[in-house]
Design a protein around this ligand. Structure first.
Ligand SMILES: [Fe+2]
Ligand SMILES: [Fe+2]
Length: 257
């Protein structure tokens, strides 16, 4: 059955851009080509961090060059790799401010910085949890609320020994559920995954162009299609083939979009 798409969000992550490491340039190019030719075109692309591999100037220069090739609007937030080597200053200078709310159509997207400079673990902390609550509570019921950050909020399968989950995951989860967040977007583990907690969809993206994949999961990004019929269809887009693999169809909170 063909579903009419009201809003399309492309969720990319963990590009790990560098000239000097385990970054797959041709896979990044494939991802950009797929993003620019998707039909319908994404209303927004959200990059959930580890844009660069080392957070150094040469990585950021290449990242800026490559991300300028992406034609749809794109939102960024930093991952742990972006904040290595004082990279947090370059991220803010060259890529984006962090902890920013964007709203358009019937969509509100809050991107948060969960990274801590030179540490792999992550944390949102009290003021970002408060920001999440106050900024999203202001929107009416018919707005789809998306929160994005790099570190995972709940454990992700296929990722081996659990590590680097948000240090304050319990409190973040409570805030997310109480605020009526519809979708949480995350990266970091290089594993695509979708799970619901209450009425909230927790979506992890795989890696676009790092060699550090897991098993046969390969490289990918996610597409989230909000349908006129009140569902969210989450698909994985394989890189480099562009082949779509549906991860699940989930009912929307009544009234949203
Ligand atoms: Fe990563
Ligand atoms: Fe990461």
């Amino acid at each position: 059955m063909r579903r009419e798409v009201a809003v399309r969000v492309a969720h990319i992550s963990d590009t790990h851009i560098t000239k000097y490491g385990m970054h797959l340039h041709e896979f990044l190019d494939s991802c950009i080509r797929i993003l620019n030719t998707l039909e319908p075109e994404p209303d927004i692309v959200i990059h959930t961090g580890d844009l660069t591999d080392n957070g150094v100037l040469l990585d950021y220069e290449l990242a800026v060059e490559k991300m300028e090739e992406v034609e749809p609007d794109i939102l960024f937030l930093p991952g742990n790799h972006d904040e290595r080597n004082y990279g947090d200053s370059l991220f803010r200078e060259m890529i984006s401010q962090t902890d920013v709310l964007t709203s358009f159509k019937r969509l509100a997207v809050l991107v948060l910085d969960s990274a801590i400079p030179d540490v792999d673990s992550g944390r949102l902390g009290r003021w970002r949890r408060e920001l999440l609550k106050t900024s999203l509570q202001a929107f009416s019921e018919n707005v789809l609320k998306i929160v994005a950050f790099h570190h995972h909020l709940i454990p992700v399968p296929f990722a081996g020994r659990e590590k680097d989950i948000l240090e304050d995951a319990g409190d973040v989860l409570k805030t997310v559920l109480e605020t009526g967040v519809d979708v949480v977007l995350m990266g970091h583990r290089h594993v695509r995954n979708v799970i619901t907690v209450g009425k909230t969809l927790m979506v992890n993206a795989g890696t676009v162009s790092s060699v550090r994949t897991r098993g046969r999961l390969g490289n990918s990004f996610n597409l989230l299609d909000v349908t006129e019929g009140g569902e969210i269809v989450v698909s994985e887009v394989k890189i480099p083939s562009g082949e779509l693999h549906q991860l699940g169809v989930y009912p929307l909170r009544r009234g949203a979009v």
